[in-house]
Unconditional design. Structure first.
Length: 106
């Protein structure tokens, strides 16, 4: 079995992009209000949250995801193949896993 070789700058960039896109997605500029309403959260509840811990753990999770996808893709993957594999992973694994959960939760 061959050892996995990582392109560390690419993995770090992928983790950062994931973190930044997630931050923008849940920002007041986009969907923060809708997310708060649907999650049943108020401004007061979010003020008391330990956001430093949440952001740190979120970035660690982004790194784990980026390393996992990098290991899956291999060292010789192109940008195009990486984008396709990322999309396929999101649709084929993540979205379908969530769909199964939603189906059983009715």
């Amino acid at each position: 079995m061959e050892a996995v070789q990582f392109n560390y700058p690419a993995v770090l960039a992928a983790a950062l992009v994931s973190f930044v896109v997630g931050g923008a997605w849940y920002s007041p500029l986009l969907f923060a209000r809708v997310w708060m309403k649907e999650a049943g959260l108020s401004e007061a509840q979010l003020q008391g949250a330990k956001l430093g811990k949440v952001f740190a753990l979120t970035f660690v999770c982004s790194l784990v995801m980026a390393f996992s996808l990098a290991a899956f893709l291999g060292a010789k993957a192109t940008l195009g193949f990486g984008a396709f594999a990322g999309f396929a992973t999101g649709l084929g694994w993540v979205a379908m896993s969530l769909a199964i959960i939603y189906l059983f939760e009715k």
